[in-house]
Design a protein around this ligand. Structure first.
Ligand SMILES: [Zn+2]
Length: 311
């Protein structure tokens, strides 16, 4: 039997009798690479891991060629998060947070004995979540926005689907640190998404309603541990959950942690600034630009800055 990787992939599936389609996202080394490199405090890393896994699940729901971005902005300890994924499966993400606020929020949650608030009100606060599809220059950008009014990111996206897209969709996401074979803790993430295709045959409505409800119950019966378990192959999890309803798995799509930043892109951004802004950015005669996604540093010397200012 051909050995296939069970990690860093999207596994699309369909539950034919009830016209349900879904995706199971499994992230191992890719998410570990992103979250370990940033070395954020655990609550921030977990939330960004959720955002990245959700972005992958949502991106696959849309037909597009380009970049799908999930972004949050809020007034809580985590000011901003960006997670994006390209059609070819390249992932990246980062978060901006206020450490003091984060520590206060953690202390408050501990002092109250239990953490009743979900991660969204506790870490993101009030604000919004935006989903954007960018298919490159000279094309329309699609953007959907929803307020951060759920306990978790998955809840917020659920609201978004109901309000904006009028699509019935269920989402479950999990992020955890799981020991690898050598015993070292590695970040892992998983996301299960199921959506319902519009009813075509009224005679099938009752059966499809029932199938949808069953699928939601089965999905909620899956545990976070199952979603991130490296020993449980994606097909095995799908079979465990939905075999009675006739689940069919399609070809897996690989995912990889890869940033798209480049010196060219940074130059384009700098060139768009005026000479005064460039002068303001200079430190000791040069400009250093750090990519927020991958921490790559691009340095520009005096003569290069002068050339950029000339446009
Ligand atoms: Zn980068």
């Amino acid at each position: 039997m051909q050995h296939e990787t069970q990690d860093d992939l999207v596994q699309p599936f369909q539950i034919d009798p009830f016209r349900l389609r879904g995706r199971l996202v499994r992230l191992g080394p890719a998410i570990d690479r992103i979250l370990t490199r940033h070395a954020y405090p655990a609550p921030v890393a977990e939330l960004l891991g959720e955002a990245i896994a959700l972005a992958v699940a949502l991106a696959r729901a849309l037909k597009y060629e380009g970049v799908f971005t999930l972004q949050t902005k809020g007034d809580g300890p985590v000011r901003m998060m960006v997670a994006d994924v390209t059609t070819s499966g390249a992932l990246r993400g980062y978060a901006q947070f206020d450490l003091e606020k984060l520590e206060r929020a953690s202390a408050a949650a501990q002092a109250s004995g239990n953490d009743l608030l979900g991660s969204v009100p506790r870490l993101l606060g009030g604000g919004y979540l935006a989903l954007t599809v960018d298919q490159g220059e000279h094309t329309d950008r699609y953007q959907g926005i929803v307020e951060l009014n759920g306990a978790t990111l998955a809840h917020c996206i659920h609201h978004y689907f109901r309000q904006s897209e009028q699509v019935e969709a269920g989402l479950k996401v999990a992020v955890a640190r799981v020991p690898d074979k050598s015993g070292a803790a590695r970040w892992r993430a998983g996301c299960l998404m199921i959506e319902r295709l519009p009813i075509e045959d009224e005679l099938q409505r009752d059966a499809e309603d029932e199938g949808w409800r069953r699928a939601m119950i089965l999905m909620s019966s899956s545990t976070s541990q199952e979603l991130v378990d490296p020993a449980l192959p994606p097909e095995a999890l799908l079979y465990r959950l939905f075999h009675e309803d006739g689940v069919r798995a399609y070809r897996k799509r690989p995912l990889v942690a890869r940033c798209r930043c480049s010196r060219d892109r940074v130059e384009t951004v700098l060139r768009a600034l005026g000479p005064e802004d460039l002068a303001d950015m200079k430190v000791d005669g040069r400009i250093l630009v750090t990519c927020e996604f991958c921490s790559a540093v691009y340095a520009f010397a005096e003569e290069e800055i002068a050339a950029l200012a000339e446009r």
